[in-house]
Design a protein around this ligand. Structure first.
Ligand code: ARG
Length: 465
């Protein structure tokens, strides 16, 4: 009987697929980026088929050479894909069969696109995660350099965006270092989830000949193999893990961006961004806008959206594979591409920024930021904490009314509020003294911050992966 369809699956069909349905179902436009994983997977699979005596030596050779040729063809741009063959898997298979004939038709024995696509995606993601981790490390490096160079700068630390206590700028920068450290840990967990090979699960039920899955995993660099064929072909947790790790990264960078945007306002003025990383206004000649930081902040929208799109797509899907799952790729690729671009540009932008020590220094002395230190001073003199708090509150109210700064009150003025004050209060009332006194691990004293920078440096050097 004449085949009515040109498709690999055309046997049971009496009519060709409509053009619109073909266009609607095709994924080649976006899954073509999986070509390398797909070809490497197929070469390993052919070897396993040879071990299982499905292929002979000659056929294996033909397949391997054919696939390597296709890889070169794709990389040189010689090869054009066709939506007629839906996705990257069938495009490559079709090219192979056209080139080498019958041996090519044997390659898919026991394999389904269901275990194939999941294997491709995991291989691809392992590579991408490694790159994202390297980019995070690069950004951490820049943060460390800034923290080192600017160790002498004090800024107001904020809560509720109200000035709270003096901190070292480097301390605040190092807070982002810590967040990025956790981001790497999350990516490593996602990597582990990707590092489990589904190949050999068939469409959903497993394979009925002697396919050596352990051998395949070794060939493809997977450290584990999946243990249930139905789970293997329908699990996209690893995709969601990557999307979720990306969402936390962009959440952190959106916070960092927000501070940069605030700090570069005329009102704060703690930082000046380089001309190379700011843009102007088409109308107002004086403008210099922090567009890069704003876009990084704004990209959190699409990255959170991508996470929710895949979570929602997966919700309530019955086992095993469903075509819905093809919808995992565009959000995933978008998040990966966006995160990589963002990490790169953000590191460049902050590296070239200049901090404004004088302005920060003035800011840190305005707003009674050492009030808490004075409370502790009184506590050390035996005043119960609540009474001390009340008392210093009154001193602050007095300062506000008479337009004075706490840090500049004389001993005589302080004594009007409590006889517990003596000359040594002058030693704790300044921003410098306040910072120097925060000596617990994780505190903002310059000693502790220097230690934190030093140990971060050592960890970063040691962190090879
Ligand atoms: N392009 C498909 C995807 O990305 C490949 C798997 C298709 N499997 C199938 N039985 N239709 O999910």
């Amino acid at each position: 009987m004449k085949k009515n369809s040109n498709k690999a699956w055309g046997g049971r069909f009496r009519m060709p697929l409509s053009k619109n349905a073909e266009k609607f179902t095709a994924s080649i436009d976006f899954d073509k980026r999986l070509y390398k994983a797909d070809i490497l997977q197929s070469i390993a699979y052919a070897k396993a088929l040879k071990k299982a005596k499905v292929l002979n030596e000659k056929e294996l050779k033909k397949i391997t050479n054919g696939l390597e040729g296709i890889m070169r063809g794709i990389e040189s741009g010689r090869i054009k894909y066709s939506i007629e063959f839906e996705d990257i898997h069938m495009n490559i298979e079709k090219l192979l069969i056209d080139q080498i004939g019958d041996a090519g038709k044997k390659l898919h024995t026991g394999r389904s696109r269901n275990d194939q696509v999941s294997t491709d995606l995991r291989m691809y993601l392992k590579g991408e995660i490694t790159e994202v981790i390297a980019l995070i490390k690069r950004l951490q490096q820049v943060v460390l350099e800034l923290a080192e160079e600017n160790i002498s700068i004090m800024i107001p630390g904020y809560t509720h965006l109200q000035r709270a206590q003096p901190v070292l700028l480097s301390h605040q920068l190092m807070a982002y270092y810590e967040m990025l450290e956790r981001d790497k840990a999350r990516l490593r967990q996602a990597y582990e989830r990707c590092d489990v090979m589904p190949l050999g699960s068939g469409a959903l039920a497993g394979v009925n000949f002697n396919l050596d899955r352990i051998f395949l995993a070794k060939e493809l660099g997977f450290s584990q193999i999946t243990q249930n064929s139905m789970d293997a072909v329908s699990d996209r947790d690893f995709v969601i893990d990557c999307l979720s790790a990306s969402a936390q990264i962009i959440m952190h960078l959106s916070r960092f961006s927000e501070e940069i945007i605030l700090w570069s306002t005329f009102e704060f003025d703690y930082i000046e961004l380089s001309d190379a990383y700011t843009t102007g206004s088409s109308l107002m000649p004086q403008k210099k806008n922090p567009d890069i930081a704003e876009l990084v902040r704004g990209k959190s929208g699409r990255i959170y959206g991508n996470l929710f799109s895949v979570l929602t797509m997966m919700k309530a899907l019955p086992l095993a594979y469903n075509r819905d799952m093809q919808e995992d790729k565009e959000p995933l690729f978008d998040s990966i591409d966006t995160i990589k671009e963002v990490l790169q540009i953000f590191a460049e932008m902050i590296k070239s920024a200049k901090f404004n020590k004088e302005i920060a220094d003035k800011a840190v002395r305005k707003g009674h930021l050492t009030a808490t230190d004075i409370v502790y001073y009184l506590v050390r003199q035996g005043v119960p904490f609540r009474d001390a708090h009340e008392n210093v509150g009154k001193i602050v109210a007095h300062c506000v009314e008479s337009n004075m700064e706490l840090e500049y009150l004389s001993l005589k003025q302080l004594k009007e509020f409590s006889d517990k004050f003596s000359y040594d209060v002058q030693r704790i009332i300044s921003a410098e003294a306040s910072i120097a006194s925060k000596e617990t691990v994780g505190g903002t004293s310059s000693k502790k911050v220097r230690e934190a920078i030093k140990s971060a440096r050592t960890n970063l050097l040691r962190d090879k992966a």
